[in-house]
Design a protein around this ligand. Sequence first.
Ligand code: 3EB
Length: 344
Amino acid sequence: MSLRTGLHLDYLSPAEFEAARWAGVVGVATFDGPQLGLRDADVPVAEVSTPLLGEAGALCEVWRTKQAVESGRRGRVRYARTTDMVFGCIAIPENNPSPIAVEGDQTPLHSATEQAYREILGTLDALGYPHLIRVWNYVPEINRDTHGTERYRQFNSARQTALLASGRPVTGSVSAACALGAAAGSPLVIYFVASHTAPTFIENPRQVSAYNYPPQYGARTPVFSRATVLHEPDGMTLFISGTASIIGHQTIHAGDTAAQTRETITNIEALLGEANRVTGSEKFTLETLVCKVYVRHAADLPVIQAELRAALGPASRAVYLQADICRRDLLVEIEATAMVPGAW
Ligand code: 3EB
């Protein structure tokens, strides 16, 4: 393994993970159902129901640090922390809707989302890591309409409500994020990185900030930054949010998977440029990225893979998952993490 720099991300097979043991692990995400042996782990393990694609076999997303780690639990939030940062996860099932719908009642997804965020934000405040840096949201059947509203919009409304209730901003200084679909009947699963000191917030000059989207995408806007940078004594970690084929606030290249992939990569390049400008470095490049690619239609995998390899080079690191994307016309979404050594 190469030099560890601050918080470090790897996608490991179960065998590689076994060899690495739990040294320095702050958190794990699995995608193909529960992995034997991880259930009783001392650190948070997020079990996401989005199948892996391609020849990779089972892979775990493993977050590690060189610093001392202490793990714990508060309510339904499981976490592991260093002096600087905390990783955590929560899974909340949706309760059956009450048989008698009362006007003004929240939907089961709205309640689950609000509860999840209230528990997460309460934990961060109690532990002293108030700055949410990166949040991964996996929402069962994200594109389905229930109770007269698309579930992604129900989720957005609840996320904003919970952030406001905790006294946090809902524009500007907000975390990087992604919001993807997950299997019907799975719980709402959210995992996150937060920190003791404030990160750097980055927007994409080619896009309207998501928190300023016009109302056609929902009465309550999504609350996320296009990217954030976590600063630790031994390195910087750039978190690029789920990124798609959007210019301004509009989806472009509807129906064209290859063109959507290329536009998404152009958006990621714009974010790398901004990250270098804002941090005063030239360290963040396409080659430093570890990518996680969400594919709406599994059959599109070869097209997306070819575009990504052409842009990132043969040494590119990417994992592919099948997941619904929050806008119905988006066929692909790419998130990325880059870790570079050195202090801020
Ligand atoms: C977009 O750019 C595509 O709601 O947390 C990307 C990243 C998207 C995060 C979220 C949504 C979210 O609007 C969708």
